[in-house]
Write a protein that binds this ligand. Structure first.
Ligand code: KIV
Ligand code: ZN
Length: 461
């Protein structure tokens, strides 16, 4: 039997970008949108066109060049916003207008200063107007979000949702705007909407959960179990305050536990780690080391008992393979003996494809760096690529790199160290899985003691 399909709505470029320090320029947004396309998300919320000229341009450029996914533009529930969003989406193959209006009494009273009746009317009119902008020949794609839905009186929420469906909304999103809800409660809210709202069966119900209590992913999954079929989320879980539900965690929860979450997505999970790295590189906001799925420790095994278990069978301590989420196999360590091909492959895995001349430039700088620090980690490589792309280091590579990349403790991939310690020969499968750790080796050992160039060579660096 076919599993229900979950629409993955990525809002990294809109809600994610609203998090402190995460703003991106038009070029950066376009690059990330192309990566989200490779990743296979269904909807890209490209921005909030009325918010700024930059946001408008980003939505316009993405709409014009990223053709497979739906491109959404956000709008408050008023004519000016809706029309600006529609204008930005003109070139899109599959445009969506996303209208939102707060519905909780707290927001109505203190922020919007309108009554519930006015709120109802405004929501209905904005959706009707959005719908009217689509040509008759295409099916209008209009999403409505009652902001702060989880703190809205349920009867009123049902009334608003019913009104926007009657006005033509095709997706109804239920934001836990302030991350207040508990999983059971959020699931129950989705269930109640399904039970009580006339016409709900005609629309897609969506989750949109913030992480203020660390429950965004749990709430999203609970929503799906109760009938939501779209999930709004961001790469690395970036977003307002404590962030949004993390895309990679939601996707992998479904993939690792189909017994609990029997749903399909079109996400190509091997692009998760490269997407995470690209976002961190663009925003310069690093991923926390213990971040599930994409943190550098997510597949690292430090304790001796764990290393022993991993060498015997990776199933002892890993519930998914690093490769399944695109974490590189660190047996392919990049060092000074690495060739252009290995370097190009790693760059590509990190989301950068270079022309021959550019690759030569990256390679030249890479060799200088590798000569100094022996083993080039992803973070080093991304810095270096950034420098080439922006033309930052030009004359004295060695001197400027010495300042930029101070000598670090060298590291040795786990299978060698662990295998040596255990004096055992691990199978290829084991070493492939044990050694991968989000681009970082797991066991820190000073080079002078344990690591020589000859050893590098023998290990096929
Ligand atoms: O968190 C929220 O309520 C939002 C809406 C605009 C969907 O981001
Ligand atoms: Zn939000």
């Amino acid at each position: 039997m076919d599993r229900p399909r979950i629409t993955i709505f990525d809002t990294t470029l809109r809600d994610g970008e609203q998090s402190p320090g995460c703003s991106m320029n038009v070029q950066e947004k376009l690059r990330l949108a192309q990566q989200l396309d490779r990743l296979g998300v269904d909807v890209i919320e490209a921005g909030f066109p009325i918010a700024s000229d930059g946001d408008f341009e980003a939505v316009q450029r993405i709409a014009g060049s990223v053709r497979r996914p739906i491109i959404a533009g956000l709008a408050r529930a008023c004519i000016g916003d809706v029309e600006r969003a529609w204008q930005a989406l003109q070139g899109a193959a599959r445009p969506r207008i996303h209208v939102f209006l707060a519905t909780s009494d707290i927001h109505l009273k203190y922020k919007l200063r309108i009554t519930r009746e006015q709120c109802l009317e405004q929501a209905r009119n904005a959706v009707r107007h959005a719908k009217s902008l689509f040509p008759k020949s295409v099916c209008a794609d209009v999403e409505f979000s009652p902001e702060d839905a989880t703190r809205t009186e349920v009867a009123f929420l049902c009334q608003v949702v019913e009104a926007v469906i009657a006005a033509g909304a095709t997706t109804v999103n239920i934001p836990d705007t302030v991350g207040y809800s508990m999983p059971e409660e959020y699931g129950q809210l989705i269930r109640t909407l399904r039970d009580k709202v006339a016409g709900i069966e005609r629309v897609t119900i969506s989750t949109h959960c913030h992480n203020d209590l660390g429950l965004a992913v749990a709430n999203s999954l609970a929503g799906m179990q109760q009938g939501a079929r779209q999930v709004e989320c961001t790469i690395n879980g970036i977003g307002e305050r404590a962030g949004n539900a993390s895309l990679e965690e939601i996707v992998m929860a479904m993939r690792v536990r189909p017994d609990r979450y029997a749903f399909e997505t079109t996400v190509a999970s091997e692009h998760l780690y490269p997407s995470s790295q690209m976002l961190a590189e663009i925003t310069r906001v690093p991923v926390q080391p213990n971040k599930a799925i994409t943190g550098r420790n997510a597949f690292a095994h430090e304790a001796g008992i764990h290393q022993d278990g991993m060498l015997k069978n990776p199933l002892t301590y890993e519930i998914m393979t690093p490769q399944s989420v695109g974490v590189p196999d660190s047996r392919l360590v990049l060092g000074k003996h690495s060739g252009r091909h290995a370097l190009a492959l790693r760059c590509e895995q990190l989301g950068h494809q270079f022309e021959r001349r550019e690759l030569d430039e990256v390679y030249r700088k890479f060799v200088v760096l590798a000569d100094r620090i022996k083993k080039v980690q992803d973070s080093h490589l991304l810095e270096l690529i950034h420098d080439v792309v922006t033309g930052a280091i030009s004359h004295n590579d060695a001197a400027s790199q010495a300042r930029k990349f101070p000598p670090a403790a060298a590291t040795l991939p786990l299978p060698r160290a662990a295998a040596a310690a255990a004096n055992s020969s691990s199978s290829d499968l084991h070493s492939a899985q044990v050694s991968a750790s989000a681009g970082q080796a797991q066991v820190s050992i000073p080079f002078s003691d344990h690591h020589s160039e000859q050893e590098d060579y023998l290990w096929g660096v």
